[in-house]
Design a binder for this molecule. Structure first.
Ligand code: BES
Ligand code: ZN
Length: 661
């Protein structure tokens, strides 16, 4: 038996990784313009006012910085679409600060603010100093979305929310915009509306505050810039568990709170605490945001933002909250060191999310979710730029991390971890490693090389036989290869009946086509029942049925748009009310997809109108692509009509998607 010390000393990564491993870890972050390696950020204090009239923030950020060497002569921060009013070091004005502009090839991902020390002197290592920057944001901030009254559900008040991940924090305040360093935060905000930030209320400061429009927060756990978030508007809360509040506009609060009954979020939390360790963020509160919020969810500490489509009435999309909650460990405590290693955030989170499902129900639920994920992965990989299908990304040329974003880090990442779990002998053998990994990197940032090293180190010390198996994994394919990874064996219990039903539809339609027979409502009702066919299905099973029908269509000459296909679709529309009248956005979207792929023209306008009610990119982007394929003019008209409702990132993406640039 090797001792731990011996084993660690001998750890060598697989050749394919050893070859490309950088000298220092975590690997340098190529998506920031800042000189973050030269400083330790002891504290970040933000103090600003929200100006709803002009749609901007004004105030200052103050950094308490400790230089890490004696050779750095300036602080360089990321910023984009921000105006600087004044810069001070230790309360003394700095007049010769510079803003490096985008036309400089080096600053593809926004600008850089360079603040030189006085008299061209280097900062002194370990000698703390204060850097204060007065700034205001502009209307081109990609992180901030100001909503007019009519863009909210209550229609009475304006609303502001932010979305920083991956590199939009630099359009809120000048910052070291990299996930590889973290800082504690102290925040003071003045706003006419109830305001929340991704931190705890600073109870002492709040109690002493005399101005009711001023809010005080503190974030004692160090966080990277991308986890800073703010929401301000007409919001109210309901308690849904001992550690959780749900926030939303008053008109929605009952519906939202009801979706999370029986303290389900507390159950999620306890499962994670058992699997990993105690929850370190005190509370888990979240906001169900207005329709324009572009993601399903975003894991800002103490302020997850969730899309309103997760409130589907059937509690079947609350796994989005399980996912964001799991980020409290994977991402928020243990963080990817750069966006090239984003799978460490998302792959781990999907893995944990599915462990929650397994603990709450049983293993078949975990596998069911993994199968849906696998199907998404197959579909995205078949469509996307292959260079972004690698688990370790290459963003060294200044590629925008938003462009690299896809299902890949989520699902290929999950499948990699699932493969490791199986390789070591299942959850029983893998779970102790989970604890070890999250303990070792607690409050740190890391890269994939450190992850593999830790994996090897751990099992080399525990069990040589397992270690030998782990060394045989094909890391090159998993981490550096493009395209689909090897497909694991999933438990298909929960998908079997959905796939059998879609196969039956496919067979009936294509055989009728082959035999030149005409399907009728009558002939179909001899083969299919009405709702009884799908009565026992959960919404997610309906999703599988509809996705499978779409896939058959793509693979087999678009049979849905044949005459018999139309008759079949009309039957489904009229007889499967569980599908046709479903309020769950995931089901609705899949059904529209089937109808539009079947070129059911009378549905085009209905779908176009629906696109004006959801802002989540998961639906909006493929939605416009689909509408564009069916009716280009309608797609362009619809987009122009609703453009102002969508988030700036979403607008930019859809424009690219349907060639409107
Ligand atoms: N952190 C992501 C959202 C994100 C990623 C925003 C990258 C910007 C850049 C969040 O945790 C997430 O993954 N959301 C998913 C939820 C789903 C996987 C349950 C989403 O929005 O669909
Ligand atoms: Zn996530």
């Amino acid at each position: 038996m090797a001792t731990t010390a011996n084993a660690t000393a001998n750890i060598r990564l697989p050749d394919c990784l050893e070859k490309i491993r950088p000298k220092t870890s975590p690997e340098f972050d190529y998506s920031t313009n800042s000189n973050y390696l030269n400083f330790f950020v002891k504290k970040t204090a933000l103090d600003f006012e929200i100006n709803f009239k002009e749609k901007l923030l004004t105030g200052f950020v103050q950094y308490s910085l400790l230089p890490l060497n004696n050779s750095t002569k300036s602080v360089v921060l990321d910023l984009t679409s921000i105006n600087i009013a004044e810069v001070l070091i230790n309360d003394k004005q700095v007049s010769n600060y510079k803003i490096h502009k985008q036309d400089d090839e080096k600053y593809k991902l926004g600008h850089a603010l360079e603040v030189p020390n006085f008299n061209d002197a280097a900062f002194v290592a370990d000698e703390e100093f204060q850097l204060r920057i007065y700034f205001s944001t502009t209307s081109s901030s990609t992180a901030l979305q100001f909503l007019s009254k009519s863009q909210t559900d209550g229609q009475q008040h304006e609303y502001l929310f932010s979305q920083s991940e991956p590199i939009h924090a630099r359009s809120i305040y000048p910052c070291f915009d990299t996930p590889s360093i973290k800082s504690q935060f102290q925040v003071r905000v003045k706003s006419p509306y109830k305001t929340l930030v991704s931190a705890l209320t600073d109870k002492k400061a709040q109690a002493e505050e005399t101005d009711p429009s001023v809010y005080h927060f503190t974030q004692p756990v160090p966080i990277p810039s991308y986890l800073f978030a703010i929401v301000s508007g007409d919001i109210t809360s309901a308690r849904i568990g001992p550690r959780s509040l749900i926030y939303t506009e008053p008109v929605n609060i009952d519906r939202c709170a009801n979706e999370f009954k029986d303290e389900v979020v507390e159950k999620f939390l306890q499962i994670l605490e058992k699997l990993i360790y105690k929850y370190e963020w005190t509370d888990y509160d979240f906001v169900v945001a207005p329709m324009a919020f572009p993601y399903g969810g975003m894991e800002n500490p103490q302020l997850t933002l969730a899309n309103s489509t997760i409130i589907s009435g059937d509690a079947e999309n609350i796994d989005v909250v399980a996912h964001e909650l799991a980020h409290s460990y994977s991402g928020n405590l243990v963080t990817n060191g750069s966006w090239e290693h984003f799978w460490l955030n998302e792959g781990w989170t999907v893995y944990l999310e599915r462990r929650i499902l397994a603990a709450l129900h049983d293993e078949s639920y975990r596998h069911f979710s993994a199968i849906i994920g696998w199907n998404d992965l197959e579909e995205s990989i078949s469509r996307m730029d292959q260079k972004y299908t690698r688990l370790i990304q290459n963003l060294k040329d200044g590629s925008d991390p938003d462009d690299a974003f896809s299902t890949v880090p989520y699902e290929k990442g999950f499948n990699f971890l699932f493969h490791l779990e199986n390789t070591v002998g299942g959850t029983e053998k893998f779970d102790p490693f989970i604890k070890h990994y999250f303990s070792k990197f607690n409050k740190k940032s890391l890269d994939t090389y450190q992850f593999i090293e830790t994996l090897f180190e751990y099992y080399a010390a525990q069990d040589q036989e397992i270690f030998a198996k782990l060394q045989k994994v094909d890391y090159e394919t998993w981490l550096l290869g493009t395209g689909l990874p090897p497909k694991p064996q999933f438990d298909t219990t929960l998908v079997n009946q959905c796939l059998a039903l879609s196969e039956k539809w496919y067979t009936v339609i294509t055989q009728a086509n082959a035999n030149n027979t005409k399907l009728t409502k009558n002939s179909l009702s001899q083969k299919f029942s009405n709702d009884a066919d799908v009565a026992s299905y959960t919404s997610n099973q309906l999703v599988v049925f509809l996705d499978s029908l779409s896939n058959y269509n793509d693979e087999n000459q678009q049979f849905l748009s044949t005459e018999n296909g139309q008759v079949a679709l009309q039957f489904i529309d009229e007889e499967y009310s569980r599908i046709a009248k479903n309020g769950n956005a995931e089901v609705k979207f899949r059904f529209f997809k089937v109808l539009l792929k079947g070129r059911v023209t009378k549905e085009y306008q209905v779908f176009a109108d629906w696109l004006g009610t959801v802002g989540r990119m998961k639906f909006v982007r493929p939605g416009y692509i689909l509408l564009n394929e069916c009716d280009k003019q309608l797609a362009v008209e619809t987009f122009k009509k609703f453009e102002s409702l969508y988030h700036p990132i979403c607008v930019a993406m859809v424009k690219k998607d349907i060639g409107l640039n």
